[in-house]
Ligand binder design. Structure first.
Ligand code: AQP
Length: 333
């Protein structure tokens, strides 16, 4: 079955292994299936929900596009663009914010985590972020959205918003209800310093994540210093449940080598961590180093990236502006 794929990544710097294994790797696989129509968006409107330095933001937009291409997304066959160049996103977000309910947004756990204790000081944008995400997806009639596990709740909200709009305006099936595509065993890559915390761009410790721009020595060092417990490698998946750091490292290894976690446990059982860490470093370097080199090469030619964004946003605009015109008619503008 052909799928309409839409997904986004925020240009907030420090793109990391979690973004790669949880989302971008899946983008690449989906984009290689000729039956799929894929749209990948650098969600710069989302990124300003937390404070950004304008100069760095511009650089990060380029770096995110470069990371997509370096990871294997072909810009000739797929639409790559940044959200702010397609005004329909902001407009649809406003209209949908009049459909979404406060009670729904109040349940969003990511806002609670990101706003922290002082939620009075969080931006209104951070609170309404999931509505913009719904607009992104619904404008393109996306059927499937590849995301990490942390975005599952936001995607469910997009479905609720789509259904409420369709019911309220009596336009059956006008907005499609998108399905999440979440990697089964690798949907949440954890910090290298704490197996219970998500690997994240905003973690103040650079050692907590493998960045897509890290070189070989940095990768080897970070894996060497990655937190583990004092026991040998676990002997079965049951044991893995109570050993979050071991589970994370074995998951990373399995995802990178496209192998099953239980098979790897059988092979690794009883060995010590230092031996396993060497193999893990090797597969990481083999995977990440070519991507890092390609990102650097691409960033030397900004006019090429500019051209991709230009062409991508023209194509995205064609689709999104048609949909927003239909939305206008439906709501009575
Ligand atoms: N640790 C992760 N494991 C698996 N998937 C992840 N994603 C993010 N972190 C992990 C997925 O990557 C895609 C792009 O994410 P984003 O750019 O929207 O940023 P984010 O989720 O805000 O990323 P961070 O690193 O988690 O940022 P901060 O530090 O701000 O919290 C999404 O599909 C996401 O699920």
């Amino acid at each position: 079955m052909s799928k309409k794929i839409f997904s986004g990544v925020q240009p907030t710097g420090n793109l990391h292994l979690g973004n790669y294994l949880g989302a971008i790797k899946n983008f690449v696989e989906l984009s290689k299936d000729k039956k799929n129509q894929c749209i990948f968006c650098v969600v710069d409107l989302h990124s300003i929900t937390t404070k950004q330095d304008p100069k760095k933001l511009r650089d990060n937009i380029y770096e995110t596009v470069a990371s997509f291409i370096a990871s294997g997304i072909d810009p000739k066959k797929n639409i790559i663009f940044n959200q702010s160049r397609v005004p329909a996103h902001s407009e649809a977000a406003w209209i949908l914010s009049c459909v979404a309910r406060m009670g729904w947004l109040n349940r969003m756990t990511q806002f609670k985590e990101k706003a922290g204790k002082d939620k009075e000081k969080a931006s209104v944008g951070l609170y309404s972020y999931p509505i913009l995400m719904a607009a992104d997806i619904l404008l393109y009639d996306a059927t499937h959205v590849p995301v990490g596990d942390d975005q599952k709740q936001h995607l469910e909200l997009s479905r609720d918003i789509a259904q409420k709009f369709n019911n309220e305006f009596k336009v059956e099936n006008f907005f499609k209800t998108p399905d999440p595509l979440i990697q089964k065993d690798f949907s949440r890559i954890m910090s290298l310093k704490d197996g219970l915390k998500k690997m994240s761009k905003s973690d103040s410790s650079d050692a907590s994540r493998i960045n897509l721009t890290d070189n070989k020595d940095q990768i080897i060092n970070k894996i060497k210093k990655a937190k583990t417990d004092t026991f040998p490698m676990p002997k079965d998946t049951e044991e893995l449940k109570s050993r979050p750091e071991a589970r994370n490292l074995i998951s990373i290894y399995s995802s990178l080598t496209n192998t099953k976690i239980d098979q790897n446990i059988e092979i690794l059982s009883g060995k010590n961590f230092s031996e396993f860490k060497e193999s893990l470093s090797q597969v990481l370097v083999d995977k990440i180093e070519p991507i890092t080199k390609e990102i650097k090469k691409l960033l030397n030619d900004r006019s090429y990236i500019e051209q991709i964004l230009d062409e991508g946003s023209k194509k995205a605009n064609e689709i999104a502006s048609k949909k927003i015109k239909e939305i206008h008619k439906i709501v009575g503008f």
